[in-house]
Design a protein around this ligand. Structure first.
Ligand code: F6R
Length: 623
């Protein structure tokens, strides 16, 4: 959940740490800090709040040493309030450290350390690790070995990166659970980070640490150890296909907007990754690992959280219709603590853009330990989930910086859509006969969308205007049926998380079973009703809403006069030029940008921190 960065080499350490942390702020931004060597002394600078609070301090006080060495941290508070005192790095005598994750046995460690005469200065679990290292050093071991032995006392998923004033120029990082990635600086030295993004600045060749790995970085390079055996081990490099220029805002006011606009490209990249476009088969699936597992599936259970759970719900609709496979969609945080009954022949598929979400990881792992085949849909190569399951379908959305998921959701929808299409054809079901035709239409969607997703384009301008007229509504319902239902849930989640407006997603048919009591002129109802098999039913729900005086924002086909008539505001979906119709199964790919942009424009008018909404973090590596 927090972000870690570390550097040893010849570049200016302050600059490397600040740049690295700016790439990681999406992981948490309650407080920030850095520590770097000045001679034999380690200088610590930290503050509550965002990175900008320490930027000036660091720039004004550069380390002039020949060898530059330091660590940095951006925090998402778990143990202890978001104060400067609790901010990382934590110093204990000559030991300075940063930590990500949770030390579950921190209360007993804290009691033991106090008994041994240590006085914690913060409320965090992290600081205790420094005392453990000091205690290990008393036994006569060197600095890396003391870190290794101290780490063995910890329970829970976490990673730590540590420096010692007694060993200038050495950075020791240990991982168990929470991710840690390291790379060699081509100019000499090593870079550490809690995800690969900061490393892309310097190289695309990175090492993802395994659970229980230690990396020791110095001017000379990096060595790895297995902390259980204490022996040196070799680790393989991963070549990342993300380039650093993808990380900049490229002139957009927010990453979120840039990422919404990148969705056509995401679609192309993901299609290219999953399909063999050189083939002209009815379904040119590329040789993905996991196809054999999927083909044997008698039942599928998707496990996910948040937005990824919404993508899974869509998967249920597509898979059941085309492939006739029973599909359940589970919230990871519930599933893992239930006593799920999983039949023989079931395949578990974890959906997680980061591949690091603690609940999803744990739920999928429980199933794997029971001998059930597991797969993942992930956006991050080398992520924990992708390495732990039997096979992964990788999406190709590239790095997503905005905390609210947009293009990664888009890519996840596409991955489950492709799974469903492939299995439908393999199983030769009647409902699958249209699939080759639908896939031909799908290939046109990116071009169609790209022409609409322009800042000065009609689609975007219309949504901007609607947002201005509805921004003052007290609350919002997003309703839809069929494929539009999961998108309604996603619309409500986006609005809540970035605009801080109360919103609920509902199956349109459920409104009258309770929530309709809340409707009056202060409420807005966003009705997702493209011309699909559910259209008539949704339009009749819309009339129930209209009768209660709520403000209706209709989203539908541009030629839908009925919808236009009944809606107070109408957002026409982007459609192929020339009036060619699209199969209904493709509507989610048009609806998603509409609800994302509506939420974005409302948030913009409210003046919220769109890329880094309060209380959130991008990668939820705690339960
Ligand atoms: C919402 C959002 C979250 C994530 C959820 C799961 O915009 O981003 O709801 O979808 O935390 O994250 P991943 O997909 O990384 O497992």
């Amino acid at each position: 959940m927090c972000g870690i960065v570390g550097y040893v080499g010849q570049r200016k350490v302050g600059d490397v740490l600040l740049k690295g942390l700016s790439r990681l702020e999406y992981r948490g931004y309650d407080s920030t800090g850095v520590a770097y060597f000045k001679g034999a002394h380690i200088e610590v600078k930290k503050s509550e709040g965002k990175l900008r609070n320490i930027e000036e301090m660091v720039k004004r006080d550069p380390s002039a040493d020949r060898l530059q060495c330091g660590i940095g941290h951006t925090r998402w508070a778990t143990h202890g309030r978001p104060t400067t005192q609790n901010a990382h790095p934590h110093r204990t005598n000559h030991i300075v450290l940063v930590h990500n994750g949770i030390i579950e046995n921190f209360e007993s460690i804290r009691a033991d350390m106090i008994k041994l005469g240590h006085s914690p200065a913060s409320e965090t679990d992290s600081e205790l690790f420094g005392f453990l290292v000091l205690e290990e050093e008393k036994k006569g071991t060197d600095f890396p070995t003391s870190v290794q032995n101290a780490f063995r006392h910890l329970e829970g998923a976490c990673s730590v990166v540590v420096m010692s004033e007694k060993q200038p120029g050495l950075i020791v990082g240990v991982r168990n659970g929470s991710p840690l990635v390291v790379a060699l600086d081509p100019q000499g030295g090593a870079v550490f980070a809690s995800d690969a993004q900061p490393l892309l600045e310097y190289t695309r060749e990175v090492f993802f640490l395994e659970h229980g790995d230690m990396a020791i970085g110095s001017e000379k390079g990096i060595t790895f150890r297995d902390i259980r055996t204490g022996k040196e081990v070799k680790r393989e490099k991963t070549l990342l296909d993300w380039s650093a220029d993808k990380l900049d805002k490229q002139g957009f006011p927010h990453y979120m907007l840039k990422e919404i606009f990148e969705q056509p490209l995401t679609m192309v990249d993901t299609l290219n990754g999953l399909l063999d476009r050189a083939r002209t088969d009815p379904f040119p699936m590329a040789q993905q690992p996991g196809l054999a597992i999927l083909e044997k599936a008698e039942e599928i259970i998707f496990i996910a959280c948040g937005t990824s759970w919404h993508a899974a719900l869509l998967g249920k609709y597509w898979l059941e219709r085309w492939a006739g496979i029973p599909v359940s969609v589970e919230l990871a945080s519930e599933f893992r603590y239930r006593d799920p009954v999983v039949r023989r022949g079931t395949v578990i598929i974890g959906i997680s853009q980061s591949g690091e979400t603690a609940d999803t990881l744990a739920a999928v792992n429980d199933m794997r330990r029971r001998g059930i085949p597991t797969m993942a849909i992930c956006n991050v190569r080398g992520s924990t989930m992708s390495r732990e399951v039997d096979a992964t379908f990788f999406t190709s959305a590239g790095p997503e910086v905005g905390v609210a998921a947009t293009k990664t959701f888009y890519a996840q929808m596409l991955a489950v859509f492709i799974m469903a299409g492939y299995l439908g054809l393999r199983r030769g079901r009647d409902t699958a006969s249209k699939i080759p035709h639908i896939f031909q239409q799908l290939l046109k969607v990116p071009h169609m969308l790209e022409s609409q997703l322009q800042q000065d384009g009609k689609f975007v301008k219309q949504i901007k205007e609607v947002a201005k007229r509805v921004v003052a509504q007290k609350g919002f319902f997003f309703v839809g049926r069929g494929y539009s239902f999961p998108i309604s849930l996603e619309g409500a989640l986006k609005l809540k998380e970035i605009a801080y407006v109360h919103a609920e997603g509902y199956a349109a048919g459920e409104l009258k079973h309770g929530p309709i009591a809340m409707l009056d002129e202060d409420m807005a109802v966003v009705v997702l009703a493209p011309k699909d098999g559910w259209h008539e039913k949704t339009v009749s729900n819309l009339q129930e809403v209209k009768a209660r005086g709520a403000r209706i924002i209709g989203i539908g086909n541009p030629d839908d006069d009925k919808m236009k008539r009944f809606s107070d505001e109408f957002i026409p979906l982007p459609m192929p030029v020339g009036g060619e119709s699209l199969d209904e199964s493709l509507y989610p790919f048009l609806l998603a940008p509409a609800i994302q942009l509506l939420s974005y424009e409302i948030a913009l008018l409210k003046g919220t921190d769109i890329d880094q909404p309060k209380n959130l973090a991008k990668s939820v590596t705690v339960e």
